[in-house]
Write a protein that binds this ligand. Structure first.
Ligand code: HEM
Length: 378
């Protein structure tokens, strides 16, 4: 059967559905290609010079990024809406997983797209760079919305010489959208609430946290016993010191005040209860009830990790194109500013990456008892 949009001019398709200009919508019309394909305005052409061939690629690359940003934001908004409820139904969590995975795949594409623009040489770029100033990726509203909707806090942004919102000063609608994205619950905030509700954390129920602390105490005591049997004094002292260091690491999660100090310093983000939920999901990922939540945490880390990879690919491309001494067209220090955004400050789900710090051997993990097992089924 022919695609309806291919039958421009004919009045019916094979199934006798009316088609054509006066009846149905055509491919180009549906996709508004007149707008999209007319939108590659090469400034080097307007200047009356010989057009710079690579400017076309530069424009199309940025436009495709912006279109994919739009799709990511669309998925993100829908995920946040589904997560914003007390009782997350299984059917909803499957849909959330599907959409998070879609975001991950798009981000992979965005990371892989960078080398295409790198086929442009710095000399080619130099030929039209002046025409586009002061335009800069720094003014990408969608990129800022994306960061905020994920949960990047303003306090964690690197300040170069102005607030990141200042470039939108003359655009009230953009400023309003940014303000809204800063205030409404981010994906991080919603995930944090969801983690706090992890079944098994209840003190009057399975009480995972108390059991975990007991297991860690026993695990460390066993390690001390083994170390004490070491005949060589230097090795024994070294091992005992190592165990004490580990004890300190665990104290940072079992002592709520130490955890809060980490949060205040910006080294941790999740609430104390949410961190407990994340650790529990990490330990019991093989239990059917925790398998989807575990996939969810993995996808969230994938998102953070892919955005960091994009930042990295972008900054390497920037160094290749303009070096490390030139200012950006947006007024930042260029390469040096961008390189500083590669730090952990920009990882929204930083705590999930650090969960492995608190692992204990599989056989030391407190076994789930019958009551929690039956609670997990219902
Ligand atoms: C020749 C290629 C490129 C060069 C030389 C370049 C250069 C820069 C520079 C110097 C900055 C720092 C801000 C400033 O202008 O002062 C920046 C920021 C940015 N650029 Fe690019 N860029 C290039 C391609 C792209 C592409 C393809 C995108 C895709 C959307 C993009 C998106 C961004 C974004 C979102 C920022 C803000 C990053 C942040 O503040 O964390 N850039 N770019």
């Amino acid at each position: 059967m022919a695609c309806p949009y291919e039958v421009n001019g004919s009045e019916h398709d094979d199934n006798s559905r009316p088609l054509g200009k006066n009846f149905g919508m055509l491919y180009g019309e549906y996709l508004m290609l007149d707008k999209i394909l007319e939108a590659q305005r090469m400034l080097s052409v307007l200047d009356g010079q010989t057009p710079v061939h690579d400017e076309h690629l530069f424009i199309v690359t940025h436009q495709t990024y912006e279109l994919w940003f739009k799709q990511i934001i669309f998925e993100l908004d829908s995920i946040r809406k589904m997560l914003d409820m007390e009782d997350l139904q299984e059917s909803k969590s499957l849909e959330i997983l599907k959409r998070l995975n879609r975001i991950v795949l798009i981000l992979k594409l965005l990371v892989d797209q960078v080398p295409i623009l790198e086929t442009m040489t710095p000399l080619d770029f130099m030929e039209f760079r002046n025409f586009l100033a002061p335009a800069s990726g720094f003014q990408s509203l969608q990129f800022r919305l994306l960061e905020n909707k994920l949960g990047l806090k303003t306090a964690n942004r690197v300040r170069y010489n102005q607030a990141y919102t200042e470039v939108f000063e003359d655009e009230p609608a953009a400023l309003q959208a940014i303000e809204k994205s800063e205030k409404e619950p981010s994906l991080f905030a919603l995930i944090e609430k969801w983690l706090e509700r992890t079944p098994g954390l209840e003190k009057d129920g399975f009480n995972f946290w108390a059991k975990f602390e007991e297991s860690v105490d026993k695990f460390l005591a066993d390690q001390v016993k083994t170390a004490m049997q070491e005949p060589n004094e230097t090795t024994r002292t070294y091992r005992l010191m190592d165990i004490e260091k580990r004890r300190e690491v665990y104290r940072s999660i079992f002592d709520c005040e130490v955890h809060e100090a980490f949060v205040a310093r910006g080294d941790r983000r999740l609430s104390y209860k949410a961190l407990q939920g994340a650790i529990m999901i990490n330990f019991y990922r093989d239990e059917p009830r925790f398998s989807q939540p575990h996939q969810m945490l993995t996808l969230l880390m994938d998102i953070d990790s892919l955005i960091t990879k994009w930042r990295y690919n972008h900054v390497i491309m920037v160094q290749r194109m303009i070096g490390s001494q030139q200012l950006g067209t947006g007024g930042s220090s260029g390469y040096h500013y961008l390189r500083s955004t590669l730090s952990d400050r920009y990882k929204v789900f930083l705590d999930l990456f650090n969960l492995s710090t608190f692992l204990i051997p599989r056989d030391a993990i407190p076994p789930l008892d019958a009551s929690i097992k039956s609670a997990l089924v219902h």
